[in-house]
Design a protein around this ligand. Structure first.
Ligand SMILES: Cc1cc2nc3c(=O)[nH]c(=O)nc-3n(C[C@H](O)[C@H](O)[C@H](O)COP(=O)(O)O)c2cc1C
Length: 203
């Protein structure tokens, strides 16, 4: 039987257990999850995602030859209605594990821009055949300077774009550094929950 429940995938990109990023992800889960939605939390730092080697073997449309946990993540992403990526800011960018996931989207890039097999090539056909997936990006940082958000944002935009995921909304959470600092900004946690709930409920 087909599962009619909406699928939410939450990617936690920090390796720091119970750090600010994981607190955000868990707050979202506890406030909007069961019983209405299927929620899949992916702690990418606990998975094996090797970096792209640029071997080019996907350039003919083949899947990536590296054997690791990417297949499992791809399957979750393909099923999702809403994908929220929460990440800390690392040196004006995203952590290496998340960047590895982004870079391993090269097979999708080949499909979309070289082989042109992406359904996005025909937007109407896409709407008819395939659900529109919504992507959300939440970034936390020690700094309060929004300009540091831009680099990470363009990487995640590119990740969502190559996978035909609509860039729905994003959120910058400044001035969080020590574990738990984000709990001092309850209004920002509420905002993050609202954004994800809104994405799930809007069709
Ligand atoms: C390796 C590393 C690099 C960081 N680089 C930056 C940075 O460039 N700018 C910034 O504002 N914060 C930076 N931070 C701070 C983190 O973004 C901040 O502490 C965040 O709240 C960590 O999230 P977490 O608790 O989920 O791991 C860095 C932290 C680490 C560990």
């Amino acid at each position: 039987m087909q599962n009619s429940k909406k699928q939410l995938v939450l990617i936690c990109a920090s390796a720091r257990t119970k750090g600010n990023t994981e607190i955000i992800v868990d707050s979202i889960i506890h406030n909007i999850s069961m019983p209405v939605y299927n929620v899949n939390k992916i702690n990418i730092a606990q998975l094996n995602i090797k970096p792209c080697t640029g071997c080019g073997k996907c350039s003919n449309g083949s899947k990536c030859v590296i054997e690791d946990d990417l297949d499992q993540i791809n399957k979750s992403l393909e099923k999702a209605d809403v994908i929220a990526i929460a990440s800390p800011l690392y040196f004006c960018s995203i952590p290496a594990q998340l960047k590895a996931l982004v870079d391993r989207s090269q097979p999708q890039w080949v499909q979309k821009y070289v082989l042109c097999k992406s359904p996005i090539a025909n937007r109407e056909a896409q709407i008819a055949k395939r659900k529109i997936q919504k992507g959300i990006f939440i970034l936390c940082a020690a700094s309060d300077n929004q300009k540091y958000f831009e680099c990470s944002k363009s990487i995640i935009k590119s990740f969502f774009n190559v996978r035909d995921i609509d860039y729905y909304k994003d959120m910058f959470i400044p001035e969080v550094d020590e574990k738990g600092d984000v709990l001092k900004h309850k209004e920002l946690l509420v905002k993050a929950i609202e954004i994800v709930s809104e994405a799930i409920n809007s069709d």
